[in-house]
Design a protein around this ligand. Structure first.
Ligand code: F6R
Length: 249
């Protein structure tokens, strides 16, 4: 795995944005897998800046998002579709018809998951998948489990995830208890993976991701088996990784 250390969140965001923009410029009709959460917000802002300078074109880009809460309407201000519109899609020339995210309101859970996998397949797979990481090692919303889920599915969110995400809601009781997420198999099928992590609270899980035994109760450990993973993290998130002797760029 390639590990890039950033000194500040601003620097981290510029590095992540640079990698995504290069991907778009190399393959202007490619497929980006995108993430929500706090970690990529700065990178999305940087991408918008680069777009405003005329240095990147999203006209033919397709996107698939990792996940969506179950039970939130598309226009709810906590839905991940709303997040993507506000933080990126509304500010660049992407065709909204080319953006994909699971429908959190569907009654047909299995059908929605199958449809999402079919969409990804019909697009030719994901060229670059952006990931954040949960404190419990979740990627997408693949929570610690006894098996790695192969495909898009609906999960019960871990109590730790619910509490971590409560910061975006009025109260912890308002956080949805379930979500649709790409499976570990879906994520691992991406040609390249770009993981972003910030802050001391991610230091343990980042070390575990790199050197821990690969096991489904720390889902991010599966990334050890992917051939093209880049981790961009700040000094605090990398503290334990650096102590262990990993060389960072
Ligand atoms: C978001 C997602 C989650 C987050 C993770 C980290 O689409 O799939 O796995 O990436 O919970 O969230 P932050 O960046 O808020 O720490």
């Amino acid at each position: 795995m390639r590990i890039i250390k950033a000194n500040t969140y601003e620097e981290l965001s510029k590095i992540v944005a640079g990698i995504i923009v290069n991907q778009v410029n190399e393959k202007p009709d490619g497929v980006l897998g995108l993430a929500t959460g706090s970690s990529p917000v700065g990178a999305y802002k940087e991408i918008i800046d680069i777009y405003n300078q005329g240095k990147v074109d999203f006209k033919n880009i397709k996107t698939v998002n990792l996940d969506e809460y179950r039970g939130l309407p598309k226009d709810d201000d906590q839905s991940y579709l709303h997040f993507m519109n506000v933080n990126l899609f509304n500010h660049v020339n992407i065709n909204h018809d080319n953006t994909n995210i699971p429908d959190g309101m569907t009654e047909d859970i299995y059908g929605e998951c199958q449809k999402y996998e079919d969409i990804i397949k019909s697009l030719g797979g994901i060229d670059l998948q952006l990931l954040g990481i949960g404190h419990n090692g979740h990627i997408g919303f693949n929570e610690p489990a006894s098996d790695f889920a192969r495909m898009t599915h609906c999960v019960d969110l871990d109590q730790r995830t619910i509490e971590a995400n409560a910061r975006f809601f009025d109260s912890v009781d308002d956080v949805p208890k379930q979500a649709f997420t790409m499976g570990i198999g879906t994520i691992m099928s991406a040609k390249k993976i770009l993981l972003v992590a910030t802050g001391e609270s991610k230091a343990d899980v980042l070390l575990e991701t790199l050197v821990g035994e690969v096991r489904a109760d720390v889902p991010s450990t599966i990334l050890q088996f992917h051939h093209d993973v880049t981790i961009v993290a700040d000094q605090k998130a990398l503290t334990k990784v650096i102590e262990t002797g990993f060389v960072c760029e």
